[in-house]
Design a protein around this ligand. Structure first.
Ligand SMILES: [Zn+2]
Length: 148
């Protein structure tokens, strides 16, 4: 009989399998009464655990947990800020147009179409780029929302 006993892990592994890959462990358990008693105790406990019925709850976990979860924040309406910006822009443009109404009569000046030909494509390009960016970010956000 050795003076040092086997570790709990080795005894549990022996109890689970009924044997051990190390012949010294098997020999020690056959010789040592203390370790053999522990191995038999673990073996009884493991077999009792296997015979236990599967735990079932008499309550619904979902009904207990879901009411305690915080409610999702309501999505803020996007249309209202957009309408406010559009209304503000129209008001500013209308106010400026009313304030400079006497100068607007010269808009039919022959030099104005040339100015429009210069600024029109740039404004149109900017509009297309901004719309594409807006559409792209909107799609990314909607894709992200799919995972929630
Ligand atoms: Zn021992």
């Amino acid at each position: 009989m050795r003076s040092v006993h086997l570790t709990e892990e080795i005894i549990q592994a022996y109890a689970l399998n009924g044997t051990h890959e190390d012949p010294l462990v098997v020999a020690h358990i056959h010789e040592c009464e203390t370790c053999r008693a522990m191995a038999e105790s673990y073996a009884r406990m493991f077999s009792a655990l296997e015979e236990m019925p599967v735990a079932t709850f008499d309550f619904e976990v979902k009904e207990l947990v879901l009411p305690q979860l915080p409610a999702r924040a309501k999505a803020r309406p996007v249309l209202v800020p957009v309408l406010v910006v559009i209304a503000g822009s129209l008001l500013a443009l209308g106010g400026a147009g009313w304030y400079f109404r006497e100068y607007l009569s010269g808009i039919a000046d022959p030099s104005v179409p040339y100015l429009l030909y210069c600024l029109g494509p740039a404004a149109l390009t900017l509009l297309v780029v901004l719309a594409a960016d807006l559409f792209s970010s909107h799609r990314q956000k909607m894709t992200r929302l799919e995972y929630y």
